[in-house]
Every structure is written in structure tokens, then in C-alpha cells.
Design a protein around this ligand. Structure first.
Ligand code: ADP
Ligand code: MG
Length: 161
């Protein structure tokens, strides 16, 4: 099973999901975060980065497009690069900035607005879709690699039938 769906009734639930993900992600993995402005992509990422041991301020990389963090994953030093590509003008800009080189075995890459770099981003291990609902958020998670399958399998979600 590679497709899960759950409800996040409040901000704390979004943060709890980020925290859970921090426990299962391994260096080298890529996570795409889809969802409208205000859906909770940064909120989830912030909780994930803090749960991975970074104690400073995690700001939205709205203008810098990418922000690096030194963290601990699987009890080992690692890094997370947090992208927000909303303001990127074209996929070429992504390549010119050298962002493609950030996707390597020692780092987790979390990408908000991956649609903006269609065609130049590597395939993700996990794709997460956040939707604003009447009460809170709905989230769907899909695994697209063996590592992604393993991660999602260790989280407690109801599978989509
Ligand atoms: P994005 O990065 O997707 O544009 P942000 O994470 O910056 O969105 O903002 C999400 C907003 O929604 C925040 O104000 C946060 O408090 C709120 N929020 C996050 N998760 C939930 C939830 N499950 N239910 C209700 N509000 C939420
Ligand atoms: Mg954001």
C-alpha cells in the first residue's frame, strides 16, 4: 500500500505529522509538498525540522527559495534543504541557482510548490497533498520509491482503498 489519507483537525495535528516524518526520513530522500497557500506546508516542515533537532527559527523560504538546516536523522548528523519554489519564475532558474545539486545522498530535500520546477526536479520518494477542509486539513500521502514505501508503512495511517 502506497497511498494514505488522513484528517488533520488542527495545527497540532499537522505538527504531529511533521514530527512523525522526522523520525522515519532518511538522508537522500525527497519530499514534495502540494497544497494551496495556507494549506500547512511550511507548518508541517517547521515541525519536522524542529523534531529533527534544529532549535533555531525556521522561516518560510519565500524569498530565498531554499533554506538549509543541520539536523539529526536516524541518530546521525544530516541536513535538510527546505525549498519554497512559489516565486520561482521558470524551471531554468532552478537549474541556474544550482538547486539540482542539492539533491544528494547526504541530504533530505523538502519542496513546497514543486509544480514550479516541473521537468527539472528529481522524482520524489514521498508526495504529500494538503487540502483545506471544513474543519482543519485533509492530507494524502503517496510513496513513489522503496524508501518512501518503508517510511509511510511505519506511520500509522488508514490506507485509501
Ligand atoms: P503553506 O506553507 O502551505 O502556504 P503555512 O504552513 O504557512 O501554509 O500556513 C498554514 C496555516 O494553517 C497556519 O496559519 C497554521 O496555523 C494553519 N494550520 C496548519 N495546519 C492546520 C490544521 N490541520 N487545521 C487548521 N489550521 C491549520
Ligand atoms: Mg509555505
Amino acid at each position: 500500500m502506497s497511498h494514505y489519507k488522513t484528517t488533520l483537525p488542527d495545527e497540532a495535528a499537522t505538527q504531529a505529522l511533521g514530527k512523525q516524518m522526522a523520525r522515519v526520513l532518511q538522508p537522500g530522500m525527497t519530499v514534495f509538498l502540494h497544497g494551496d497557500l495556507g494549506a500547512g506546508k511550511t507548518c508541517l516542515t517547521r515541525a519536522l525540522i524542529h523534531a529533527a533537532g534544529y532549535s533555531g527559527h525556521v522561516k518560510s523560504p519565500t524569498y530565498t527559495l531554499a533554506e538549509p538546516y543541520q539536523v539529526t536523522l536516524q541518530n546521525k548528523p544530516a541536513s535538510i534543504m527546505h525549498f519554497d519554489l512559489y516565486r520561482m519564475g521558470s524551471p531554468e532558474e532552478f537549474l541556474d541557482a544550482g538547486f539540482r545539486e542539492e539533491f544528494h545522498a547526504g541530504q533530505v530535500c523538502i519542496v513546497e510548490w514543486p509544480e514550479k520546477a516541473d521537468g527539472v526536479l528529481p522524482e520524489p520518494d514521498i508526495e504529500l497533498f494538503l487540502r483545506i477542509a471544513a474543519h482543519g486539513r485533509e492530507v494524502e500521502l503517496r510513496a513513489l520509491s522503496d524508501k518512501g514505501f518503508a517510511c509511510l508503512a511505519s506511520l500509522q495511517f488508514a490506507p485509501v482503498l
